[in-house]
Design a binder for this molecule. Structure first.
Ligand code: BG6
Ligand code: MG
Length: 216
């Protein structure tokens, strides 16, 4: 699987750590504050999607169909982020998905360059909190990206940071929008979870790591 591979670009939420649950719970708390509820299926719908796009999905469940101004929407996303930050404030290396540290060390030993392509503006905070920031040769600043996933921009920027051709890199994602982004940027897609159109697919990040060990 790593033959001819020079770089691996990771998504973070739902790949390196199970923050997807905290994102969903924060949106649910916000919807409850607004007087409605969102179904569990929203959890998968907001994977990989920006804060504002996620809000639009959440508001589509508002029975009152209120029309919020742009300023009000910004304020609602700030509220969601405050709730989310409260939920992840004690995150540490214990919150890494099983196998993450071993996988990063393994790639480093093989001299494979590592980058992060997360849509989250909280990603740098979490990399530090979970003590894995030093493994990354490049971290894309999501606020520098014009078009979010499924557009290729964020993965294209990540391989540029690594100075590598896209086809020599794996992209690792838990969101279908992320897999589309990886494919259109020309990286080789590795899916974590029930995803389509992946070159390789595993149930967990640890399964991916174990498969690399078996094939090395
Ligand atoms: O609100 P943040 O932390 O900037 O994150 C933006 C997006 O980041 C993605 O990684 C998550 O999968 C999405 O659910 C989230 O909306
Ligand atoms: Mg994700």
């Amino acid at each position: 699987m790593l033959k001819n591979i020079k770089g691996v670009v990771f998504d973070m939420d739902g790949v390196l750590t199970e923050t997807s649950k905290a994102h969903f719970e924060a949106w649910r708390d916000l919807s409850n504050k607004l007087g409605f509820n969102i179904p569990d299926t929203v959890g998968d719908q907001v994977r990989g999607i920006s804060r504002l796009e996620s809000l639009e999905i959440v508001l589509s469940y508002d029975a009152k169909k209120r029309a919020f101004t742009d300023a009000e929407k910004t304020s609602l996303t700030d509220d969601k982020n405050a709730i989310y930050l409260e939920k992840i404030k004690a995150y540490s290396k214990r919150d890494l998905a099983p196998g993450t540290l071993e996988l990063l060390k393994y790639l480093q030993k093989k001299e494979i360059r590592i980058a992060l392509a997360s849509a989250s503006r909280n990603a740098s905070f979490l990399l530090k909190a979970m003590e894995i920031d030093s493994y990354f040769d490049g971290v894309v600043d999501p606020s520098s990206i014009k078009n979010g996933k499924p557009a290729p921009d964020i993965f294209t920027k990540a391989v540029a940071l690594l100075g590598l051709p896209a086809e020599k890199c794996l992209g690792v994602e838990d969101a279908q929008a992320g897999i589309e982004s990886i494919r259109s940027a020309g990286l080789i897609p590795v899916g974590i979870g029930p995803l389509e159109k992946c070159q390789y697919r595993f149930d967990t990040l640890n399964d991916f790591y174990q498969a690399l060990l078996l094939n090395s």
